[in-house]
Design a protein around this ligand. Structure first.
Ligand SMILES: Cc1cc2nc3c(=O)[nH]c(=O)nc-3n(C[C@H](O)[C@H](O)[C@H](O)COP(=O)(O)OP(=O)(O)OC[C@H]3O[C@@H](n4cnc5c(N)ncnc54)[C@H](O)[C@@H]3O)c2cc1C
Length: 406
């Protein structure tokens, strides 16, 4: 194995992918320069998302379970890998399991959802890593919620069925604070926040390739390897290196509600499936996530050029909050109590990059299949499509292992 101390690696993007990779490399003696266009670490999607530790229940539109198979290992390893990186446990920021509510307009019927969930739960239970999820899943089950119980929790007339699944989520705001502190405390990482990456180049040398990174503040380097973890910003920088690893992609910018209350409130963790609906997360009784997909979808395009959306008006955020509370409240009436008790409501979000296209309401759309993600390597250039927040610690371990082994 090459000595980590001889390597100097540029990590582009300080989301969960870039931060986990930078920590793993620096702790093995690699000198890391971490580039981020914003002033803060984890400023975007990795701070402001729902935090579902995906097992695949959301992807019933992919009947062949390709997406679920692609998500399982990373989801099951998420907790132990992240806890190792943070040197701390995650219990206070992990939710109770999700209730999946099959909407009357779901693109997958209740009967097909039941079949998909049963097959997936078998896969989860039999996975060699099933014991590592928050809550041991070696005996996991998915159960159909009795109609009377369902009607007590939601507006039953809007749903075909409800299923109690073993899938959990983590409070991403909490994790972002812990990860940022870990990166800042690591002497082997030089953080270049407020530095936009414009492109990169490779010096031709048959014995040892070296990379330079072009930023708005000038050219930086040389580096022995580069990890492109820019998420939505990744394709543009890959193109500057003549790397093309896209399969008919699309980008979207989504906003959701991050709500705090002073007193504990009882609200289920629920996902309205399958299609463009909404979700509720109750992290610890006082921190919540609410999303109504059509209301919070600010931008969607099959063109991967990223427009500047940094100035979304306060009035637009207020409209999204109003619509989210109203539409989710129509389906799950207890949401009204949350609005009444909220001490703060932040309307925040980030980019979603998908190797897939089309509308969530179209069963034939390729966006329902999300397994074309992961690491694209070209020599010392590593471009990572994180795919999901929950895949990041596992993909970071893979990238760091490849770099340390070079
Ligand atoms: C509303 C919403 C809900 C989601 N829910 C879930 C969920 O429940 N579970 C799940 O697993 N995933 C979820 N996701 C997806 C998840 O957020 C992402 O997969 C994950 O955060 C991507 O991490 P990343 O580190 O690759 O990207 P990011 O967190 O986006 O980090 C990339 C960083 O690169 C920076 N950057 C970009 N371009 C440049 C440039 N040119 N120069 C310098 N810096 C640049 C950005 O500022 C950013 O900080 C959700 C996403 C959204 C938006």
């Amino acid at each position: 194995m090459a000595g980590g101390s001889r390597q100097r690696v540029a990590v582009l993007g300080a989301g969960i992918m870039g931060c986990c990779t930078a920590l793993l490399l620096a702790r093995r003696g690699v000198q890391v320069v971490l580039f981020e266009s914003e002033q803060a670490l984890l400023p975007g999607a990795s701070r402001w998302n729902e935090g579902k530790i995906h097992l695949g229940y959301l992807y019933s539109g992919d009947r062949g379970l390709h997406t679920a198979r692609g998500l399982l290992t990373g989801g099951l390893l998420f907790r132990p890998l992240l806890e190792e990186l943070l040197g701390a446990g995650l219990p206070d920021v992990t939710t109770s399991p999700d209730l999946y509510l099959v909407h009357n307009e779901s693109i997958v019927s209740a009967a097909d959802t039941a079949g998909y969930f049963a097959a997936l739960t078998d896969l989860v239970r039999e996975h060699p890593l099933a014991g590592h999820y928050p809550g041991d899943l070696r005996r996991a089950v998915t159960t159909r919620v009795p109609r009377a119980e369902l009607d007590g929790m939601v507006d039953g007339a809007r749903f075909q069925a409800g299923f109690a699944t073993p899938e959990k989520s983590v409070c991403t705001r909490g994790v972002a604070g812990l990860l940022a502190a870990a990166v800042q405390a690591e002497p082997g990482i030089l953080c270049r926040t407020g530095t936009e990456v414009l492109g990169a180049s490779r010096d031709g040398n048959a014995r040892r390739e070296l990379f330079r990174v072009a930023t708005a503040d000038g050219v930086q380097g040389p580096f022995t390897a580069v990890v492109n973890a820019l998420w939505a910003g990744r394709p543009a920088v890959d193109r500057s290196m003549s790397v093309d690893n896209l399969y008919k992609p699309s980008i979207r910018y989504r906003l959701s509600l991050f709500v705090d209350t002073e007193h504990d409130l009882s609200l289920p963790c629920a996902v309205i499936c399958t299609g463009p609906f909404g979700d509720i997360k109750n992290y610890n009784g006082r921190r919540f996530y609410l999303s109504w997909y059509p209301g919070g979808l600010v931008y969607a395009s099959d063109d991967t050029a990223v427009p500047d959306l940094s100035c979304i008006a306060a009035a637009d955020r207020q409209r999204i909050a109003d619509e989210t509370f109203a539409r989710l409240g129509d389906h799950i009436p207890a949401v009204a109590a949350l609005r009444g008790q909220a001490t703060s409501i932040a309307v925040e979000g980030g980019w979603v990059f998908a190797n897939g296209r089309g509308s969530l309401s179209d069963p034939a759309a390729s966006v329902h299949r999300r397994d074309k993600v992961g690491i694209h390597q070209s020599g010392g250039w590593f471009s990572v499509d994180t795919g999901k927040y929950s895949l990041a610690p596992w993909l970071a371990r893979e990238v760091a292992g490849r770099i340390l082994g070079r």
